[in-house]
Design a binder for this molecule. Structure first.
Ligand code: DCT
Ligand code: MG
Length: 500
């Protein structure tokens, strides 16, 4: 029999180490809590491994509880181990790593918790469901988007659309925790190759909390969520959603306008005299076009235009399409590019030259250029900010129908023959290229989880500029995205699998 008293605890997982558990001095890895399964391992070996791990700065708990992050087992059959774990009625079981002792020995050798790889996982074997019944999660799903492959095919849109509304509503109210929880839940559901048809089928799926499941339950039962419907009809939500759809208007400005009694564009643009900055003026001027999705064909046409400009300026320049279109999306809200030069330092003149050229061609409707503030000597102290420090420009470009294969993506009856499109260009120095490319390829949730994974699982700091190993106190060089994944001990995920 498996033996271990289960003590349910309501404490948060990430609380600092406390004094109630023995051997807490010299803890190096606060976020990792091990539990060694005694069955098959035996009492004396378990005790030896416990001492070994504690001496290396690991927290090893004597009791299996919801605080545990890593369950380590030796020689147990997956089915009986999982049966026992299920019987322990742990709330956090879906978020725990259930691992073979191989992970433990690797970690002891390295002196730190090594990356959890598929080979380490003790996977639950799920009996094949009878035909016609709800699909069951067969594989273990990682809590990190960077350990999942997520294409643009979303089998759970009915849930993820609802979660996005909830997340946005929390964002408008500056309530970060639940906002992130709904974004994570949406992200994990997007990665599933099957549509959730009953809640029981999600028992192996992490990141689904009580609130999330309640919303799913409602959708499964009634086809809609009443909480979401209430938000969608809420005046403040609707107004903030409208205002933030304007280029240059963020949640803070939208909220200020709302508190000032403004409810519509005509309120903002009317006599009451809101002073708009240049970006917002352009946002309103081109509102119809910019709020309309950009098609893949339009993105390709813009690539040709930028490509021509960049190479006319610097023949050996490097140009890469990033953002959603690199991930294979059919439509996007803008088109993102990285441009640079093989010769370090030469990239500094690139954006100003491109801007000059596009202006001459009279296809630049708006331009906000921000020179580089990047300074390698300041790394790794940059905390993650919304934006990196590379030179960049936010543009609105005029795109002619004749340049787009199959024509422009315009509203019916629009016969102008051109449209405005939002374009972002970033120009990192070549030695930062891989980091910038990875950072700008998205999705946002994928990026968030890459950074979180690096920090929590590897004791490393990743951002758009660099990867820093805090244990070795050194920067890790990379010329390709694959190098970065390898440094992080992650399987490579193709851009089209990063639609988390
Ligand atoms: N990005 C990020 N964090 C942010 C903003 C952006 O990591 N706060 C990264 C991820 C995507 C990339 O920059 C480009 O940003 P967007 O254009 O906003 O995203 P997108 O995925 O290209 O989406 P869309 O198709 O709507 O443009
Ligand atoms: Mg984009």
């Amino acid at each position: 029999m498996f033996r271990a008293p289960v003590v349910p605890r309501a404490r948060k997982r990430s609380r600092p180490a406390d004094a109630t558990v023995s051997g807490r001095e010299g803890v190096k890895f606060e976020d990792v809590r091990l539990y060694l399964v005694e069955r098959k391992m035996g009492r004396s070996r378990r005790s030896f491994l416990t001492q070994l791990a504690r001496s290396k700065g690991f927290i090893v708990e004597d009791v299996l509880s919801d605080d545990i992050t890593h369950v380590v087992s030796e020689d147990n059959q997956a089915s009986s181990l999982w049966k026992w774990l299920r019987e322990c009625a742990l709330k956090n079981l879906p978020d725990m790593h259930v691992l073979d002792v191989g992970w433990f020995t690797d970690s002891m050798r390295e002196g730190r918790p090594v990356a959890v790889e598929t080979r380490h996982l003790i996977q639950e074997t799920v009996p094949t469901p009878p035909e016609g019944s709800a699909p069951t999660a067969q594989a273990v799903v990682s809590q990190y988007a960077c350990q999942r492959r997520t294409t643009t095919e979303n089998n759970n849109k009915i849930f993820t659309d609802a979660f996005e509304v909830l997340a946005e509503s929390y964002e408008f109210n500056e309530i970060e925790g639940p906002c992130l929880a709904f974004r994570r839940a949406a992200s994990v559901l997007k990665s599933l190759s099957w549509a959730v048809q009953c809640l029981e089928a999600t028992r192996n799926v992490p990141c689904l909390g009580e609130h999330t499941k309640a919303v799913m339950e409602e959708i499964l039962r009634y086809g809609r969520s009443f909480e979401v419907e209430k938000i969608l009809s809420d005046e403040r939500y609707r107004t903030l959603k409208l205002f933030t759809s304007v280029f240059g208007v963020g949640p803070k400005t939208a909220d200020k306008w709302y508190r000032g009694g403004l409810r519509s564009f005509s309120d903002v643009l009317g006599d009451r005299g809101i002073r708009l900055n240049r970006m917002q003026q352009s946002g309103f001027l081109h509102y119809g076009d910019i709020s309309r999705a950009v098609s893949k064909a339009e993105a390709r046409a813009l690539r040709n235009i930028i490509d021509e400009a960049v190479h006319a300026i610097t023949p050996d320049a490097v140009l890469a399409l990033t953002g959603g279109f690199r991930r294979g999306k059919e439509f996007g809200h803008d088109v993102d590019f990285i441009v640079t030069t093989p010769e370090l330092g030469k990239e500094k003149n690139l954006l100003p030259s491109i801007i000059k050229r596009l202006t001459k061609q009279r296809i630049l409707l708006y331009c906000d250029y921000q020179a580089s503030t990047f300074d390698m000597s300041k790394l790794p102290s940059y905390r993650f900010e919304a934006m990196d420090h590379f030179a960049k420009c936010f543009l609105i470009m005029r795109l002619e129908g004749s340049q787009v294969e199959g024509g422009l993506h315009l509203a019916e009856g629009d016969s102008r023959g051109w449209r405005a499109v939002r374009v972002d260009l970033v120009a990192p120095p070549m030695d930062r290229y891989a980091f910038a490319l990875l950072g700008w390829s998205g999705s946002r949730q994928f990026e968030r989880d890459l950074r979180r994974f690096a920090r929590l699982e590897r004791n490393m700091l990743l951002d758009n500029h660099a990867l820093y190993d805090k244990t070795k106190k050194e920067f890790l060089a990379a010329t390709t995205e694959r190098d970065i994944f390898a440094h992080l001990g992650l399987e490579y995920i193709e851009p089209w699998q990063r639609n988390a």
